[in-house]
Every structure is written in C-alpha cells, then in structure tokens.
Design a protein around this ligand. Structure first.
Ligand code: ADP
Length: 496
C-alpha cells in the first residue's frame, strides 16, 4: 500500500489533520469550562455589589439576620445554585444560606476576593467554596462598609454552575461542543477526500514518469522513452520539467551507449588490424634474420646482402607503421595540442612539391603546381599541414602509373584557401571511396604495395582538428582529386 507516493501523501495528510483536530478538540474541552466560568462571573459581576447597596447586612459587626434572610430567599428563587456568605474582614464565615451541615470550611481565603474587588483582573477568578474543601469556584463579592467607610466584612456569593466530572460528561451535556466535534469530523472527511483526489491527480504524472524510467531500464537503455504530450517541453511545473529533462537525458544516454558500442567495436578492429599488420613484417624480418644466422656459411656474400636488405625493409616498414600509429593516436587524443600560426600556404606547397620533384621524375611523372602570384596566408599548424600535403602527394605518386601527371593547385577565395592534389592515376572504385579515410583501409588491389593504410586517416584527422574537412573525388582509370580548405589568416590583426 505504501509503495505508492499518493497513498503515503494521503496517510500523512490524514495524520496531520487528525492531529490538528485532536489538538483542537482537546483545546475546546480544556477551554470550555473556563469560558463558561468567565461568562458566569462576568454576568454576575455586580451581583454582590447590588445586594450590598440595597440591604444593610452588617452594622457594628453585627449580622442583620432579617435583611440577610430576605436576600437568601430572593436569590434562592432566581438561581438555586447560588450560595450567599457573609464573612468578616478576616475571611471568617459569619452567616450563610446553605444548611449548616453542608459547610466544610469556616473561613475563606480573601486574596481572590480582594483581587476581584480591585477591578484590575482577568476573569475567571476562582475563590474557595465553603461547601467543598477541595474545589474552588467563581464568585461575586462586595465589601460592606459602615457609614464612616470602615470595612465591616464582605458579601461573598459563590456562583455555582454545572461542574463536569469527566470529558464524556461534558460532551454529553454540551450541545455546542458536540456540534463542534461533528463539524471537525465532517471537515476531516472532506479534506481527506479532496486530498485523495488531488494527490492521485498529482502523482499520476510521477507514476507515468516512473513507468517510463522503468521501461527505459528494461530496454537496456536502448529505446528512448515515450512520454505523454504533457511532457512536450513547454514550461510547466517541476514534474513536467523533470519529464523533459529525463527524456533528454535518456536520449543522451542512448547516444552515448551507441558511441561506446561503436568505439568498442572499432577498438577491437584496431587491435586485430594492428596485430595483423605488425605480425606480417615481423615474421618476414624474423625469417630472414634466422636464415642469415643459421645458414650464414652456405650463403654467398650477395645473398647475405640481399637478405640483410630485405630484413631492413621489413624493419623500416615496422618502424613506419608504429610511428604512424603513434602519430594517429596522439592526434585522436581529446587534448591534441595544435600550434596555430599564420603562414603562406603558397610557399608551403612550393616547398613540399620541390621535395617530391625528384621522386616523381624517377617514376616518370610530371608534378606541377598551380598557385596564384598573390601569396595566400592561412592560420593553421604548419607542421601538420605539411604532413597532410606529403601524405597526399606521396599517394598520388604511388598510385599513378608512369607517364601520368600530378597537379597541386591553390585557390584563395572568400571561404578561405582551398588546396587540391589531383592525379591521372588508376582512381579509386566507387565502393571503396566511403572507406578510404578509415584506419588500415586499403583498396584491394593495393594491398601488396608498400603502404600502411594510415596515411589518409592521419590526413583526415589533421584537417578535422582545423575544423574543416577533406574531400575526395575519383574516377577509376582516370584519376583522383583530394581537396581541403583552411581559414585565411587575418594578417591585419596579427600585425596590429
Ligand atoms: P596507404 O599507406 O595504403 O597509401 P592511405 O591511407 O594513404 O594508405 O590510403 C588508403 C588507400 O586509399 C590506399 O591504400 C589506396 O588504395 C587508396 N588511395 C589513396 N590515395 C590514392 C590515390 N591518389 N589514387 C588511388 N588510390 C588511392
């Protein structure tokens, strides 16, 4: 039952209302007799005073029995619960209306009487009831003075009222009290019912949310949760906001889980590729070195030299592979640091193409540059951009057959500086094009050639770190063009 928030809230509400009602009833039961006493005393405030004014009850400390008797008779008729006492100025009873046997004390405490007579009082004031040794009652009192103003004694009127022996007794005899309690019980029921309806309504949306979260968990964080239209992103109360935030959070979690799965798969692939690509040259290297070590005596000097050369080539391939892998992982690191600076892209292209001229000529290729006379300045990491150019030119030379042409051109436009490297080589099949920037990816027919399959991945990552992208266009047997764009350097700012 207490699993539901609404039930808990209703029980809490009911508990609080009940506590409040009990406190209220307790207060009513405690205060009602006091209220009645106060009322009684207030109504009879001047009763004793009026009697004293009218009747000469004490003269020369002698009780005027006749006058007293008529007072007793008069009051008896009006209110039989009233008891009249004549006391001297020490509080000793001189005469009373009650039967002699009923009197339990022969003097009363005058302090409450004096306090009553000062007029400066908080009612009710309770004074001794001579008929009861334990209980005090409300009273009315008046001082009796002779014609010279000397105090003769006091007229002390005990205002007997209904005395309740128990709360039940009081409840039974007080219609108003019963009415109050009835009203409290009815309000309690109405408040409880209203609370029930309201809490159910409020917590229904929390339940929907909880259900959505549960379903999301059960789907193994795969399916985004569908929340009702209320959680549609409009500014609502906290529950609506919670729903919107939760849906956004779940979408983010799904995205991250997918990313994690993807990076896990590519990590596995990488490990497999790395171990395969390292194992092949390593095995060859080992084979040639073993042959050299075991059969050194049977081999001619030329053969030995050839074996050493092959072993060296394999070790060189290993070195290249490992250094490119290291380079790529450094670039893929989230906090790869780039050193941006303004430099002339025109000059860099000239320098790099110069470097490859000899190599191109050896392969009977024509390497030309098409660069405008006006130098084009870019803001980039010069070392890394040089690396990109080298990779792309190296590939163009590698995959273009003798007699072909390689052109490097630069265009300085409004959108920055665009560089492209084209060749008239064998091109890349359309099915391979989307993959050539992936790590270790090589077009099938190039697998046996010298290469690591990491060059383009490195180039792509470098351009990506410059917030740009590298594009490729290729037609089999007619050629390939790689191009990328870099932001122009704001030289005015640099020189300012
Ligand atoms: P590799 O070390 O094998 O050259 P790259 O990452 O630089 O690795 O290139 C990936 C693959 O893309 C190459 O193996 C090759 O098949 C293809 N490729 C790259 N550049 C060219 C090009 N200019 N012409 C034809 N194919 C190319």
């Amino acid at each position: 039952m207490f699993r539901h928030l609404s039930n808990k809230l209703i029980v809490i509400l009911f508990g609080l209302l009940l506590m409040l009602s009990l406190a209220f009833i307790g207060f009513a039961v405690w205060s009602t007799p006091m209220f009645l006493q106060e009322l009684n005393q207030k109504l009879n405030l001047t009763l004793a005073q009026n009697i004293v004014k009218e009747k000469n009850l004490l003269s020369n400390h002698k009780v005027n029995r006749q006058a007293l008797q008529s007072v007793f008779m008069g009051l008896m008729v009006v209110n039989p619960l009233i008891e009249v006492y004549l006391v001297d100025n020490t509080g000793k009873l001189l005469a009373y209306s009650a039967p002699a046997g009923a009197i339990k004390r022969d003097r009363i405490n005058l302090a409450p009487v004096k306090s009553f007579l000062t007029g400066n009082r908080h009612l009710p004031i309770l004074g001794n009831d001579p008929r009861d040794a334990k209980r005090d009652k409300v009273f009315s009192a008046a001082a009796i003075r002779d014609s010279n103003g000397n105090l003769q004694g006091y007229l002390y009127v005990v205002l007997g009222g209904q005395a309740y022996d128990s709360v039940v007794d009081m409840l039974q005899s007080s219609y108003m009290l019963r009415l109050w309690i009835g009203a409290i019980v009815v309000s309690l029921l109405i408040a409880g019912l209203a609370g029930f309806v309201l809490f159910r309504h409020l917590t229904r949306r929390v339940q929907t949310l909880a259900l959505g979260m549960e379903q999301f968990k059960q789907s193994d964080f795969q399916h985004s949760i569908q929340l009702p239209a209320r959680f549609d992103g409009r500014p609502g109360d906290e529950i609506d906001q919670l729903g919107v935030t939760f849906r956004e959070m779940s979408e983010r979690i799904i995205q991250q889980v997918k990313q994690l799965q993807h990076s896990d798969t590519s990590r596995r692939e990488l490990v497999a590729n790395v171990s395969h690509d390292l194992r092949t040259p390593l095995a060859s290297l080992q084979g040639y070195l073993e042959t050299l070590a075991l059969k050194a005596e049977q081999l001619s000097e030329e053969e030995k030299q050839r074996y050493i050369n092959i072993a060296y080539q394999h070790s060189e391939r290993l070195r290249k592979l490992i250094s490119e892998l290291f380079e790529l992982s450094t670039l893929e690191n989230q906090d790869a640091r780039l050193h941006f600076e303004p430099f002339s892209m025109s000059e860099l292209i000239q320098d790099v193409s110069q470097k490859f001229q000899l190599h191109a000529q050896e392969k009977n290729l024509v390497l030309t540059t098409h660069i405008p006379a006006q130098p084009a300045f870019v803001s980039a990491d010069i070392g890394l951009i040089q690396r990109v150019l080298e990779n792309l030119i190296e590939n163009a030379i590698k995959y273009t057959p003798a007699g072909g042409q390689i052109g490097i051109s630069l265009v300085h436009g409004n959108n920055g500086v665009a560089t492209s490297i084209s060749d008239t080589g064998q091109g890349i099949p359309e099915s391979d094009l989307p993959h050539i920037f992936e790590r270790f990816y090589r077009v099938d027919k190039h697998r046996d050639e010298d290469g690591t399959g990491l060059g383009l991945a490195i180039a792509k990552r470098i351009i990506q770190l410059h917030n740009s992208s590298i594009d490729v266009a290729s037609r089999p047997d007619s050629g390939t063009t790689f191009s990328f764009r870099l932001p122009s350097a704001d030289l005015t700012q640099q020189h300012a």
